[in-house]
Design a protein around this ligand. Sequence first.
Ligand code: AHG
Ligand code: MN
Ligand code: MN
Length: 338
Amino acid sequence: MIINRRVQTLDEFTIQQMRDFPHATGELAGLLRDIGLSAKRINVEVNKAGLVDILGDAGTINVQGEDVKKLDIYANNQFMGVLKHGISCAGIASEELDDFIAFDDPVSNNSKYVCLFDPLDGSGNIDVNVSIGTIFSVYRRITALGTPATIDDFLQPGIKQIAAGYVVYGSSTMLVYATRRGVNGFTLDPSIGEFTMSHSNIQCPPTGRIYSVNHGNYFQYSKGVQQYIQRCQQKTKADGGPYTQRYIGSMVADVHRNLIKGGIFMYPSTIDKPKGKLRLLYECNPFAFIMEVAGGNATNGTKRILDVEPTELHQRSSFFVGSKNMMEELEECLNLDL
Ligand code: AHG
Ligand code: MN
Ligand code: MN
């Protein structure tokens, strides 16, 4: 019998990575397997969202005062259930939970990782059949093994991430994750129900031609941000242009495209949202980590995102992430705001 070994599944890849580290316990591989399993279950529901009574508001407001869609809750429950019953996670924090949860049983208390996630990102797009996603971030806990995870395990700066990734439920479903060793993308093969390696060692092109920002907020942005947007609009062929503007409203889909093709994604603070909209711990940090490993940069406008010391779970931040050269030009413009 000839077995096709050319296409590696996510599990095969994470296990192969472990073989390079003789002391690895396999816990991270187990955690990624659990995240992949949750994503596959969420994918099934996302795909039939137009068919069953799963659309629309769940009728509650989450901790940040936003409408909670039914799929947000479904996705959150999937992650909670799978990670709680797995053996690789001491606790979780999520956009949909007011506070973190320490799983607090003998096995979980001995797990070395905690996980933060945005179970469904871009959920405003569910009802209109536009790509949505999931974002996750993994830290090694800093409290003692054998005890329940505490808030200190979750409030670590992004630079301490062990792994970060996202799932995009799009024209195909993809899981992309980064460790310090690289960024790799896996596309769900529906015929075998497995994520299979499709994008190995992803590098973000240093210069791109795409800028992604909500133009509707233009007059609410700082002078520096406005200046950068104008520069994007003024690019000619001679200086690598013309640029193109793309903004889906699902950060996962927007940043995924820019990671692959080269580009910049911005969600600056506005007059209405002076602290920004996106959440530092489970939206900005994971993408900052992925982008840096892929050769790009991420800032909040004054500081590298990964160096920000978080003070609360649902902390917001302005966010700029993308191709290295574009980020450098952005920073020149942001100096205007200092
Ligand atoms: P979420 O669905 O988790 O609340 O996140 C939505 C986020 C992000 O994905 C997207 O880029 C941004 O909100 C869009 O916001 P605007 O509509 O204000 O541009
Ligand atoms: Mn989100
Ligand atoms: Mn969300």
